[in-house]
Design a protein around this ligand. Structure first.
Ligand code: GDP
Length: 330
């Protein structure tokens, strides 16, 4: 058995070829939910969904989110309607009092659906409606995710990191905003001062996640701050990682990031934006997989390979390096 920790890009890419090395029926994926938003009343779980769609074989791999070939008629109409009604496009983050009412899972991540600021495809939206409706029927996010994983035919077990809300809020020079506003709407332009995981103090590890963390853990190439950070903010998560073998794949080649805002976020919370900074952020890691071109000197076993993942063959190569690194620490 092996457990992968996933954000929305690096680990799903790795998983796309990891089945060559790790039996999918013995693989658990714990997905970050700090990025989740409730948009127009529907809970969107971007990192859970990318794994759902990728492992289900329907992911739009050009954008690395959403369903391949999806239409956007509802999204288009929401924009047309807002425009015709003279409503500002937003993102329309709801006022503080509205953030703590209604569904607990929506706390501090609740946006109006007027001119929705994240483009949600029509088929994608069906997932969010089903998820939210099952939550309203009384199921936990863990149960709902299992139901959706069955519907998409997943072989791996997919778990949200918690059934409780943890909202990733970015404190910037232009004020505090939800991570999705910072990333999707502002394209990581505001300067990061700090990152807060609101709700983490009251959020719990689920039994399923606690179980999964007793197996060897692979931290796939991830944003250490906004994908792994929310997990580490949960009481007991880091302790569980200390107690089990952990291999991490760097999302950097020395100080160059493959994609996304990881460098700005790392600097914003006081880490070096580099593989060395990732190692500082992951004191529980027992071994690392680094790129051939990454000469960072680490105080633990390192397996090097070409860590760029552009398809299943690359993913299988990196997965073999992960297997070799795990062999050194188990
Ligand atoms: P999210 O999309 O923000 O949820 O991002 P993730 O947590 O999945 O992390 C994205 C990280 O993966 C970025 O910091 C990238 O540098 C890294 N990444 C993206 N593609 C690759 C790749 O092909 N190889 C490696 N090693 N890292 C990658």
């Amino acid at each position: 058995m092996v457990t992968f920790l996933a954000g929305g890009t690096g680990t799903p890419k790795l998983l796309a070829g990891a089945g060559e090395v790790f039996d999918p029926t013995e693989t658990t994926v714990v997905a970050n939910t700090g990025d989740d938003v409730e948009l127009g009343g529907h809970l969107v779980c971007p990192d859970v969904d990318t794994v759902l769609f990728s492992e289900g074989g329907v992911l739009d791999t050009d954008r690395w989110w959403g369903i391949d070939g999806d239409t956007t008629e509802t999204d288009d109409e929401l924009h047309r309607l807002a425009d015709a009604a003279g409503l500002d496009a937003g993102p329309r983050y709801l006022p503080d009092h509205a953030q703590t009412t209604g569904r607990d899972i929506a706390r501090w991540r609740r946006f109006s659906g007027v001119a929705e600021f994240m483009e949600i495809g029509d088929r994608d939206r069906a997932v969010h409606i089903t998820r939210t409706s099952l939550l309203d029927e009384g199921h936990t996010l863990t149960e709902v995710t299992r139901t959706l994983a069955d519907a998409f035919g997943l072989d791996v077990s997919l778990l949200p990191m918690s059934d409780d809300p943890v909202a990733t809020l970015v404190h910037t020079d232009e004020g505090t905003m939800h991570f999705q506003e910072y990333w999707v709407h502002r394209r990581a332009e505001p300067q990061v001062r700090d990152v807060e995981f609101r709700g983490a103090d009251d959020a719990h590890l689920t039994d399923a996640v606690a179980d999964a963390l007793s197996d060897p853990v692979v931290v796939g190439p991830s944003n250490p701050v906004t994908s792994i950070g929310p997990m580490l903010a949960l009481d007991g998560f880091a302790d569980a990682l200390e107690a089990t073998p952990v291999v991490a794949v760097s999302p950097f080649v020395e100080d160059t990031v493959f994609s996304g805002p990881a460098a700005d976020l790392m600097r914003g919370v006081g880490y070096d934006a580099s593989t060395a900074g990732v190692a500082d952020a992951y004191p529980f890691a027992d071994a690392f997989v680094l790129d051939d071109a990454d000469g960072t000197d680490l105080d633990c076993p390192v397996v090097r390979t070409d860590t760029r993942i552009d398809g299943p063959d690359d993913a299988a190569r990196v997965a073999r390096a992960v297997e070799a690194a795990l062999a050194e620490v188990t």
